[in-house]
Design a protein around this ligand. Structure first.
Ligand code: CP
Length: 313
């Protein structure tokens, strides 16, 4: 594992180890400073709160230096291309670049140009993938249920344009959940057959009747030019997690959302803050998953892979 680009590129063993390592980090009162002398660049071309901050939090708590690049105050505004920006940053010899960009395939492009010893981490590439979000979703579900087998998962909202939906459904399928249903208005569902074995539905109440997990997603307005989309109030009534729907959820169902939330549209405040909600747990787990990813990619010079947890650094 030289880079983290998408879920498909991870082996089953990679996934198992990343989840186990993140769980281990979550249990530590003292985080070992495994990344001393490492330098990580956050190269974000799109806005972010959770992903950028949690990569920075994870890196700093493990002893790394972090440099944040903001595209809007860089030479990007003078016309410098992604690849020229990347080559410039690479020449300064960081250990990892965390990239978020609106273009699908941008992280893979950088990985194909990266010199040995530079790790590329995909923090979201257009509508393509957001693998560390999927891993933190998987960790959150594992912690709550203790298993993946037999779980019925509904992902509701804009699953057509969501990189979170793609990465998370690929990961949960690999981990053995019983079923995944994508639910939302027809314009926001992927084309039939895009994800074999995944059910599509426009009827949220029918989709929810036996769900264990409901993952709500915002409408990716920045990627859509469709005047036929339902208005916020209509969307909320048909596809939002309202107080009414919250009261009708099966007893075991938990609510998740990768953020940012649009309260009153895909989720009401009462649902976001209810005892069913794992949303704050997701945010917390984001730091531990990113610790596991950074350790895996940057701590390659230890003698024995299994010894690192015992290190007193
Ligand atoms: N879930 C997520 O990617 O959130 P941010 O856009 O705030 O990073």
């Amino acid at each position: 594992m030289d880079h983290l680009i998408d879920i498909t590129s991870l082996s089953d063993e990679d996934i198992r180890q990343l989840l186990d390592d993140a769980e281990w980090f979550s249990q530590q009162s003292h985080i070992p400073r495994l990344l001393k002398r490492k330098v990580i660049v956050n190269l974000f071309y799109e806005p972010s709160t959770r992903t950028r901050l949690s990569f920075e939090m994870a890196a700093k708590r493990m002893g790394a230096e972090v440099i944040n690049f903001a595209a809007q105050s860089s030479s990007v505004v003078k016309g410098e291309s992604l690849i020229d920006t990347f080559l410039t940053v690479q020449a300064m010899q960081p250990d990892a670049i965390v990239i978020r960009h609106s273009k699908a395939g941008s992280a893979a492009l950088l990985a194909s140009q990266a010199k040995s010893g530079l790790a590329i981490i995909n923090a979201g590439d257009g509508t393509n993938e957001h693998p560390s979000q999927a891993l933190l979703d998987g960790l959150t579900i594992k912690q709550h249920f203790g298993r993946f087998e037999g779980l019925r998962v509904v992902i509701a909202g804009d699953t057509r344009h969501s990189r979170v939906a793609t990465s998370t459904l690929k990961l949960l399928s690999r981990l053995g959940v019983e079923s995944i249903r994508l639910c939302g208005p027809q314009q926001l569902l992927p084309a039939a057959g895009t994800f074999p074995g995944v059910e599509l539905s426009e009827d949220l109440d029918a989709a929810l009747h036996d769900a264990d997990v409901i993952i709500l997603l915002r409408i990716q307005a920045e990627r859509i030019n469709d005047s036929s989309l339902p208005a916020a109030a209509q969307y909320n009534q048909h596809w939002g997690m309202t107080i009414d729907r919250l009261g009708r959820l099966p007893r075991q169902t938990v609510i998740m959302h990768p953020g940012p939330m649009n309260r009153g549209v895909e989720i009401d405040s009462e649902a976001a803050e209810s005892s069913r909600s794992l949303i704050q747990r997701q945010v917390r787990n984001g730091v531990f998953i990113r610790m596991a990813v950074l350790r895996r990619l940057l701590c390659t010079d230890e003698g024995n892979e299994s010894d690192w947890r015992a290190a007193d650094l």
